[in-house]
Design a protein around this ligand. Structure first.
Ligand code: G3H
Ligand code: ZN
Length: 283
């Protein structure tokens, strides 16, 4: 069965490894992620955005994740990614999600705390884990001026207060990564991760894990990151593989002819991330 993130996050924090959240966009993503995790004997999190739920349908999303949990025997959490409201979170939980993120980062701190608390109260009553977010995780376009980048970073004392008042199971804080691929190298603020991670018992979540150099990932884990989200790198690997097949042969019409290499490419991406995150053999 699908499990809450509390089945593996406390161990990740204690033993200094990170569990990957790999976003599910369709069946091939789900299969590739599961296959990589089986090969590595690793727990993992299927992240599903509201857009992806709309695309796949809520029932299919849950059915696919449940099938993966049954087939693999691995601890798998099915997690709403960047949930925008209490209602969406409850819809997902009712449908069978084992974990939800409530992203109230665009609200004031007070409002974010108030709304996140409501989600935590309802979710915990059903054994479902919750991720909260603080600070604004950067956009991917162009060079953000240092001042602006700093304005978006999470403030440690606010993050600690946010944890204490909400009781979330893990905490996403803006520390310099961005969603999507990077033009240059991200400047990760390890000091912020460390300060917050020391003060709270739950792991820090690193969003925008695609394109972050391996050594930066390792340093982030050392500082207190215990969950890392990856989506774009799988999307790129998938699409590159499909493009290669179609470019080579204009007569291909069987989707399996390009989806199989796409799935294989994603297996490789996820395996390398799992190894990098140190979660191999932690299932
Ligand atoms: O919540 C999703 C992740 O933060 C994905 O970020 O697409 O940059 O890997 P990414
Ligand atoms: Zn994210």
């Amino acid at each position: 069965p699908l499990v809450s993130m509390n089945e593996f996050l406390p161990k990740a924090k204690a033993n200094k490894f990170a569990v990957g959240q790999f976003n599910m966009n369709n069946l091939e993503f789900a299969q590739a992620i599961m296959e990589a995790a089986i090969q590595e004997k690793s727990p993992f999190i299927y992240g599903v955005s509201e857009g992806a739920i709309k695309y796949m349908g809520l029932e299919f999303t849950v059915a696919i994740a449940k099938a993966a949990a049954e087939k693999s025997g691995l601890p798998i959490a099915l997690h709403l990614d960047h949930g925008s409201s209490f209602e969406v979170a409850m819809q997902c939980i009712r449908a069978g999600f084992s974990s939800v993120m409530f992203d109230g980062s665009h609200y004031t701190l007070e409002e974010n705390i108030r709304l996140t608390k409501e989600v935590v109260k309802a979710a915990h009553a059903m054994g479902v884990s919750v991720e909260g977010e603080l600070g604004t995780i950067g956009g991917v376009e162009d060079d953000i001026a240092v001042d602006e980048a700093h304005a978006a970073l999470a403030k440690p004392e606010e993050a600690i207060r946010f944890y204490e008042e909400t009781g979330v199971d893990c905490l996403a804080i803006a520390v310099g990564t961005a969603h999507g691929m990077y033009k240059g190298e991200p400047k990760i603020h390890y000091d912020i991760i460390e300060e917050v991670a020391k003060a709270v018992p739950v792991p820090i979540v690193l969003h925008g894990g695609s394109g972050v150099p391996d050594d930066a990932i390792q340093q982030s884990i050392k500082a207190g990151v215990g969950k890392i989200n990856v989506n774009t790198e799988n999307q790129v690997a998938c699409t590159d593989a499909i493009r290669e097949v179609l470019n080579k042969d204009a007569n291909v019409y069987d989707p399996r002819k390009y989806l199989t290499p796409a799935r294989n490419a994603m297996i490789e991406v996820v395996r390398s991330k799992i190894k990098l995150f140190g979660s191999s053999n932690q299932a």
